[in-house]
Unconditional design. Structure first.
Length: 276
């Protein structure tokens, strides 16, 4: 099961114009049997944490970070299970100029945050991965590829019991379909792809590290993906405009849908299915 907790890009954008699609930044939960994987720790992570705390049961999950820009890590300090002694959290990502732990420690230190990362109650482990690597997370298998974003970004493919989902956000397209992402997304049931800009807007955003719905449909079609989820909506994009982009994408790839907070996709019936 795939559950979308945050679908916006760049900065959280609450308000009446964005309430339908949602204003929280990137966070997607993937449940594979007894294995829980979370993709990115944007502000949507806070809602997931609240839901998990309501279950009042021991918690173990793996957090896959695409990169460390604010809109992908700001939810971590507000993730309630992070402060629980019976919680186990493994954070996976690329090594930048510093380690994962050092990078995340910076946002949870004075003067910008009152609680240090080394003061949290959860058992916290980190794992650094590189493009091309494959590793196991509980019942699932995860593959890693490189995207195209300032400072670097990782894309992930999660496979479980013959089903697969690809998460490729904050990546900018090339003149051709990105061969690394095409290989990662080949035959995937669901492709979640950065569609922050329209093709018309992109002309003034070259080099900013984001893509369009049109290039998302090109990638989905080339890779033979079962469905395309348009993700990382521009924070200024109203609900009505997101729906317009969804309609335009379906002209090129009918199995396209815009990500919305609260949306769920059953991977057991992913191909050809609409989100709940």
């Amino acid at each position: 099961m795939v559950h979308f907790w945050g679908v916006r890009g760049s900065i959280a954008s609450p308000g009446a114009a964005t309430a339908g699609v949602g204003g929280n930044t990137s966070c997607v939960e993937v449940v594979c049997g007894e294995t829980r994987i979370v993709l990115d720790a944007g502000t949507g992570l806070r809602g997931l944490g609240s839901e998990l705390m309501g279950r009042q049961e021991p918690l173990a999950l793996t957090l896959l970070l695409s990169h460390y820009h604010w809109d992908h890590i700001q939810g971590l300090p507000f993730f309630a299970p992070l402060y629980m002694k019976d919680a186990e959290l493994t954070i996976v990502g690329a090594r930048g100029t510093t380690s994962i732990r050092e990078t995340l420690h910076r946002q949870m230190s004075a003067p910008v945050f009152p609680v240090r990362l080394d003061e949290v109650g959860a058992k916290l482990e980190t794992r650094e991965v590189t493009p091309g690597s494959t590793f196991a997370v509980g019942e699932a298998t995860v593959r890693v590829a490189r995207g195209n974003h300032p400072g670097g970004v990782l894309a992930y493919r999660i496979e479980h019991q013959g089903r697969s989902i690809v998460y490729a956000t904050d990546t900018e397209h090339y003149a051709c379909v990105d061969p690394a992402l095409r290989a990662l997304a080949e035959g995937a049931d669901v492709l979640i792809y950065d569609a922050q800009y329209t093709p018309e807007e992109y002309a003034n955003k070259v080099g900013w590290g984001h893509s369009t719905f049109l290039h998302g449909t090109d990638l989905a079609r080339s890779a033979g993906a079962g469905g395309l989820v348009l993700f990382h909506h521009d924070p200024a994009r109203s609900d009505a405009r997101v729906l317009e982009i969804e309609a335009r994408a379906r002209e090129y790839f009918p199995a396209s849908m815009a990500a919305r907070e609260g949306m769920q996709i059953d991977l057991a019936n992913a191909r050809g299915a609409q989100a709940a």
